[in-house]
Design a protein around this ligand. Sequence first.
Ligand code: GDG
Length: 497
Amino acid sequence: VNNADVVSSTGSMIVISNRLPFVLQRKKDGSLVRKASAGGLVTAVAPVVINGNGFWVGWPGIHLDNPNEPIPESDPDDISPTTGLKSDKVIVVQIDPVIFDSYYNGCCNATFWPLFHSMPDRANFKREHWKNYVTANKEFAECTLRALRQLPRKNANEVPLIWVHDYHLMLAANWIRQYAEDEGIPCKLGFFLHIPFPPWDIFRLFPWSDEILQGMLACDMIGFHITDYCLNFVDCCQRNLGCRVDRKNLLVEHGGRTVRVRPLPIGIPFERFVELAEKAPKLLSTNQQIILGVDRLDYTKGLVHRLLAFEKLLEKFPEHLEKVSLLQISVPSRTDVKEYQELKEEMDQLVGRINGRFTTPNWSPIRYIYGSLSQNELAAFYRDAAVGLVTPLRDGMNLVAKEFVACQINIPPGVLIVSPFAGAGETMHEALICNPYEIDDASEIIHRALTMPEDERILRMNYLRRREKLNDVNYWTKSFLSAMGSLQTQDDHDEVG
Ligand code: GDG
């Protein structure tokens, strides 16, 4: 990790997230290995944890029969940013597999995921799942307290920072605050939600919605991707709990404290994607224009609507026949949940139907990959696609839109199309904005992207790339620390470049 990229907090930090920044796997000989995760969030946050001698609390991806089994160190060949995260700085959360399944697949993925994406018809509200969500959150909180007790403090004034991530852990701060107060350990608590926060009329459908708000309000600062989600949250606090709120300054009074709410749009490791794009091999033939979609196979991503819009494009603008293909990468996701199995079936059928309708001996309109690619392959596709098609029905931010523009290093570049219902649609102003529900309009916008003059493409892409380069994932981490009042400035830390 380049020192210039390292962001420092004024004190030690504990990160708590459902998943650790690596997974544990059991080898045939029975021993455990540690496999690093490569996401941008891990890259940005791990150095802060490591530099401050902090901890990471989370689930390692497998259930261990013996909770005291030693966790291996990372592989010496591993070059990921988590290499420096030593095993004694990791608290592995272990939850009974039956409770875990109900908490994770039941409450998180089958209730909060659809509800927070404003799709309440897909959500199920089961008391049993909620009970297990409470139990799991309590377990994460207890593990966090273990970390807090062990945390080194340089001096008595230093207040450790606890950063709670995402919808899996909306209650944890409640107990962390309570336990820390009981033991007289000072700490500051921050929360970041990676998915949208829905409007009150949707949120209140959840039978235990008050408890969720109370759990989040146990933090000192709560971050969301965009202002709309902040306002939705503030609105819910006022209407559900009767809190006094300040909508202009995004403040909520609760339990004698004032909680700050902040829009903190996440970014990507921009330079890393540029480097990948510079090195990536050429994988696509140049005689066709490629429209690219990259998503987890999830009903929020608007994949069915996207295929229908592409079909409409071929119907209305036959000049694209044999000249344009849609390359859709769909990464398998939550394959244990019924809704996801049904979507897989629907996509398979739709791809088959559209390809059956238009394929000629030398061309197929849709190339559909159900699987995941290496980051090199991904960068090659991002770089050489003519159009990046990011059309979720609802999405917290959407990093694919940002990775696409980072990799667009060819001159002239391609065109980004983005849905207004993604956080990215709020901030990436020079993209073409496309309402995925309006299939006719969507097909016309794709046509416009495919036929856009070079100078307009260059202008739009330059602006998009400049913004994402400035507001990258390190900037996001800094913004979070600054909103917590915990950013170490250049003057008092010589490592920050
Ligand atoms: C949640 C929120 C928010 C995809 N295919 C492959 C692959 N990917 C990587 C992409 C990207 C990531 O997965 C997907 O990120 P998104 O942001 O698009 O979506 P979610 O997974 O739903 O993330 C979202 C995000 O949290 C962060 O706050 O933006 O709104 O829903 O980084 O590159 N990576 C590899 N192979 C693939 O085939 N290696």
